[in-house]
Design a protein. Structure first.
Length: 458
């Protein structure tokens, strides 16, 4: 199965397009017409046009080669629509309707009928029971949610079992000024699930990190194998530490499974896990925008002791190490800043100063340090050491993370300069430390033996 027609189509059909505001067929069409290719509203009851495009009765009446159909029809009508899509040579479809496998035996039979129709014609199905996907760079807004057109392009692919979580992560990424390469809500995973989407976005030039929201899957081994095969870093948020199994099953037809088995499996297959949506995006930013860390040793440079203590404690609790700096590094720091507050690890300069960037460089060049985390409260007279940080990660071939706080408008120009330099920035010491800890865990993970059973399939 290839997902090229789904995520990189030449033309799109909106089946069940409606002129009535508030209906999914209207909202989906309103978003879809932002696409830079042809978009066709399909509805035998439609009259005239919609958003400047003329209604057609069926996808089989479209003379153009359509790759993707957005199905805005009720569940019982879906098998017939997928049959028509297959007859028209459409290779991918998004099914928004619910009432399938998540809704009991009758829904399961309906989903089986949809999958059978798709299998007969080799149609890739996203859903059912999904709010769709978005690829911002192509203005491919295959979602009925409002605000999708405002999602900026970034380099993280969000793959979430829940369409609601997928959108929440994407909107959160927008607020953080990061954006996404794609946002995908898998829903019931009729024949497109984690395995297929991880494989696709691993080969996507726009994607430098993949984040997963996982409730549960009946193919745990396939999920883990896809993660291990991915050259693009993957981070996972596995929900279900408490008993939410019945709720999850009614949501996307998934059992949550044994949480510890999942997290152990992810770890053994090279996938760090986190416990919050903002942690997921922070980890992705650290992995996507940085060289791959060689080990778990973190060097911390802070201009204020209190945040430095928080960072040091949290990194070590999160699986990272704070090695003692090499004697030559400590000597360099002593020469740069005589009377520096603390020259171990972390290095505490007491406050920002003109030579702060030189201290960061000295720590970054320490051969015993694999990841560098810098914390500095903003002081307008000093600014950030942008010149020192620009290109430093590439030169020393290790991640350099930066954390700060201050008045937004005062920091705006310096933060923009750091963003232009490709330096991942975090708003709190805790978030920065957690991102550094993910890098440390990622560096220490190794795959299991090929025949080792780690996660039991649900």
């Amino acid at each position: 199965m290839t997902l090229q027609q789904m995520f990189d189509p030449a033309a799109v059909a909106v089946v069940g397009a409606s002129a009535t505001e508030g209906k999914i067929g209207y909202e989906a069409m309103a978003n879809a017409v932002e696409f830079d290719g042809p978009v066709y509203p399909v509805n035998p009851s439609g009259e005239g046009g919609l958003f400047g495009e003329a209604f057609v009765d069926s996808v089989t009446d479209i003379e153009d080669d359509v790759d993707l159909a957005l199905c805005c029809v009720p569940g019982p009508a879906t098998p017939e629509v997928i049959e028509e899509c297959g007859a028209a040579g459409i290779g991918a479809a998004v099914i928004y309707a619910g009432g399938f496998a998540e809704a009991g035996e009758e829904g399961e039979r309906l989903q089986e009928a949809v999958v059978a129709a798709a299998d007969r014609h080799d149609v890739s199905l996203l859903g059912p029971n999904t709010s769709g996907f978005v690829v911002p760079e192509r203005e491919l807004l295959c979602s009925f949610a409002s605000g999708a057109e405002k999602l900026p392009a970034g380099n993280t692919a969000v793959i979430a079992q829940s369409g609601g979580v997928a959108h929440a992560l994407a909107f959160q990424s927008r607020r953080q000024g990061r954006g996404v390469s794609a946002m995908v809500g898998l829903g019931n995973r009729a024949n497109v699930g984690f395995t297929e989407t991880i494989d696709y976005f691993d080969g996507d030039d726009r994607t430098d990190a993949i984040v997963l929201h996982v409730e549960g899957t009946d193919d745990g081994r396939g999920l883990l194998e896809a993660c291990r095969a991915s050259e693009t870093p993957v981070v996972a948020y596995k929900v279900g530490q408490s008993d939410v199994g019945a709720f999850a099953e009614s949501h996307t037809g998934a059992l949550t499974g044994d949480h510890e088995l999942y997290t152990a499996g992810f770890a053994q297959y090279g996938v760090p896990t986190v416990d919050a949506t903002d942690d997921l995006l922070d980890a992705a930013a650290a992995l996507a925008d940085s060289p791959e860390p060689a080990g778990p040793n973190v060097g911390v440079v802070t201009a204020q002791a209190g945040p430095g203590i928080i960072i040091s404690d949290r990194i070590q609790r999160g699986g990272g190490r704070l090695p003692e700096l090499r004697s030559e590094t400590q000597q360099r720091v002593d020469e740069i800043l005589t009377g520096v507050t603390y020259t171990g690890n972390p290095v505490d300069t007491g406050r920002p100063m003109p030579a702060f960037g030189d201290v960061v460089t000295a720590v970054a060049e320490d051969d015993g340090v694999d990841v560098v985390l810098v914390y500095e409260l903003y002081e307008q007279a000093m600014g950030f050491p942008v010149e020192a940080l620009s290109g430093l990660a590439e030169r020393v071939d290790k991640p350099i993370l930066f954390s700060t706080d201050g008045i937004e408008e005062d920091m705006a120009d310096d933060l923009a300069a750091l963003a232009d330099a490709g330096v991942p920035v975090f708003e709190t010491p805790e978030r920065a430390a957690d991102a550094a800890a993910v890098l440390a865990r990622y560096a220490g993970m190794a795959g299991p033996a090929a025949d080792q059973e780690v996660v039991a399939d649900d």
